[in-house]
Design a protein around this ligand. Sequence first.
Ligand code: AMP
Ligand code: DBH
Length: 543
Amino acid sequence: MKPVEQRWPDDLADRYRKAGYWRGETFPAFLRARAAERPEATAIVDGDRSWTFAELHRRAEAHAAGFLALGLSPGDRVVVQLGNVAEFFSAVFGLFRAGLIPVYSLPAHRLTEVAHLARRSEARAYIAGADYDGFDYRMLARGLKAEASDLRHVIIAGDAEEFVALDDCTGDASSLPGDPDPSSVAFLQISGGSTGLPKLIPRTHDDYIYSFRASNEICGVTENSVFLIALPAAHNFPMSSPGHMGALYAGARVVLSPAANPEAAFPLIARERVTITGLVPPLALLWMQTAPTAGHDLSSLEVLLVGGAKFLPEAAKRVRATLGCRLQQVFGMAEGLVNYTRLDDPDDIVVGTQGRPISPNDEVRVVDDAGEPVADGESGYLLTRGPYTIRAYHDDPAANQRSFTADGFYRTGDVVRRLPGGYLEVLGRAGDHINRAGEKISAEEVEDHLLAHPCVFDVAIVSMPDAALGERSCAFVIASEAGLKASSLKSWMRRRDIAAFKIPDQIVFVDRFETTAAGKVSRKELRARLRRDFLIQNGDMAQ
Ligand code: AMP
Ligand code: DBH
């Protein structure tokens, strides 16, 4: 089994420790500490259930022993695909405690993505809910066993059928090993990325805990906060910016919403007196539109974090008047770097920028095509390294070659402008990905699926501006047989066992792709040209 590691050069690691960023804390140790300090405080609210810190800790310890009793060993990887349910927390903290490494999968993932994550991580186990949002994950598990040869155990929260029930996966915590090493990898997070299937991002206890501890400070999260998790809990944004992990670290209460729409979230805000939450821009728009007439008391809400995709200034301006709370823009990535506007920033910064980095030790470079720094205020590609930004993906030499410079800067792929005070404005993307309401979709991955269709000769996927989603995906298809219909391509895609958000929103049939005189055009250029020609033709270039 390949080791899972994340290492910084010794001089930088020393600097991050001396600066007090990496304190040698671990996930199990902080949960134990909170359970000792405030045992009866509520940690998790999920519908009618609520768990105190003591209860969450007790459940995590019991699961840790149960996981090891199944035959799993510290260092083994476990794919976790749970929705916004309390079991997400008992399972994940149980894995941490046992030194097992969660690999986070989203509820929207289907066999294709889950199998990829399991294979790439050499996962020994898969933990999922029996069903969630109308989908039966036991069925997925049956397919997964055939696709992932290292998989030995399937653990199901709810009715487990032939699998092991999470509730039965408990044991005597007194025989557990010591806590994991703080510099070891705590979990594998996933990245949308622009090429192929998700990449695995190894995050250490030290680096990740620093990122949300510092985020708590920036966003004012304390033990009195009530944090609503409306986005999927496994996403990096609701997990760490400051998210549920930040909230639990602070000893605050985490309220889980099964969905992010106002119908699900507003009653929870009113009932639980939620003080802070995070949303992607399309949901923030919907909340702002709905709140004034929804008839729910949202007055407890103090801070709304918006990120994952660009939140336009015209929308950002309306947050306070419609929701009655302050806005913090957040521009982050599962690979590390997170930027926030600060609570005391003037309105023009909060509305017009995506914030500045968490840490004085976040190094930011904005460079041109040749890799040379551009002047402040000029647009360029964002490169970064720092105390919570990875230096390598797990087991992916090609991506590592592409995504990191020789001196260890991560190439974010984002085009930004640096403003006075180190604030960043995001202008766009260098890579070929579609940012659909915060879900990143790789053009290449979806093209591969469409090319597998017997009547598709060639295809190019591009992003298009979309008033509701920010961006939508559009597939330009050259059919090899007349009569191919968009609807049949879409239903065929639905049968490919992929996350539904990857199915193209729009399909445009074309006869051929224009090439240059030399007959050569890179797919990147082709996508850019298709997009430009289509937007000019349709007159929505200005969006
Ligand atoms: P991932 O690497 O999958 O975690 O996705 C991170 C990417 O999401 C960033 O590199 C940006 O492209 C995008 N992103 C996140 N937050 C923002 C934001 N506030 N504004 C614009 N783009 C964002
Ligand atoms: O989009 C993201 O990945 C993201 C956005 C905001 C993120 O990872 C984060 C904050 O931590």
